[in-house]
Design a protein around this ligand. Structure first.
Ligand code: PLP
Length: 231
């Protein structure tokens, strides 16, 4: 068995165990295989091992891969997104994880409308309040959501976060918990539609099990699947 197949199997097992520990249905957690700087050959290996959901950070790279694997997988945009890339983002991806300002939301809404689609998006929250990180501050998140509700071509599905990098995943747990609590409140207020269900995109190679225990529905894992990325 190839490394990638083994790694995927192991990660799925760990997600399942973390779900069970938290009393959750393992099927409520989706694994987003993060493929930034990863070659199409390795992505193909992951597909052959049953992985059909991928996350990309860079638009040009993503465009080429999505074209190559047309229709055979779902692609999520997880990188920093500028309004001038909104057209590609709004037409190529199944979910955008990183909406953190109204200008970007409006640009995505416009291009989703022109493409005749409703674009699913997450709002990225900077729960750690780190100045160098993207994401709306927790204080301004509701204001952004409220404004985004007016944008008819966006479907707000939930929240995403990139917590501070800390060696011990237990130290990251409070940030994941904060994001979940925020999402619960916003769901109660109807920001995520009438169903009271929502997506929580949180957890990476070093901390996805803690994220699952705290309610993640989308974990974004790169290195643990594909190995260390080329520089
Ligand atoms: C690169 C990246 C990941 C994956 O990180 P790993 O530590 O390689 O698992 C997850 N989320 C985002 C936003 C990323 O940029």
């Amino acid at each position: 068995m190839s490394d990638i197949r083994n790694n995927l199997k192991e990660i799925r097992r760990r997600i399942e165990n973390a779900s069970i520990r938290a009393g959750r249905d393992p099927r409520s957690v989706k694994l987003v295989a993060v493929t930034k700087k990863i070659s199409p050959a390795l992505i193909m290996e992951a597909m052959e091992a049953g992985q059909n959901l991928f996350g990309e950070n860079y638009m040009q790279e993503a465009k080429e891969k999505i074209r190559l694997f047309a229709g055979n997988a779902d692609w999520h945009f997880i990188g920093h997104l500028q309004s001038n890339k909104a057209k590609d983002a709004a037409t190529l991806f199944d979910l955008i994880h990183t909406v953190d300002n109204l200008k970007l939301a409006k640009a995505l809404n416009k291009h989703a409308g022109l493409a005749g689609r409703i674009l699913p998006v997450l709002v990225q929250v900077n729960v750690g309040g780190e100045t160098q990180k993207a994401g709306v501050t927790p204080e301004k998140a509701e204001q952004l959501l409220k404004a985004m509700l007016e944008l008819g071509h966006l479907n707000i599905k939930g929240l995403m976060t990139m917590p501070p990098f800390l060696d011990d995943p237990e130290d990251v747990r409070p940030f994941f918990r904060t994001l979940r609590q925020m999402a619960e409140q916003f769901a109660d207020k109807g920001y995520f539609g009438p169903h009271n269900s929502y997506e929580l995109s949180m957890g990476m190679s070093g901390d996805f099990e803690v994220a699952v225990e705290e309610g993640a529905t989308l974990v974004r894992v790169g290195t643990s699947i594909f190995g260390t990325r080329p520089a």
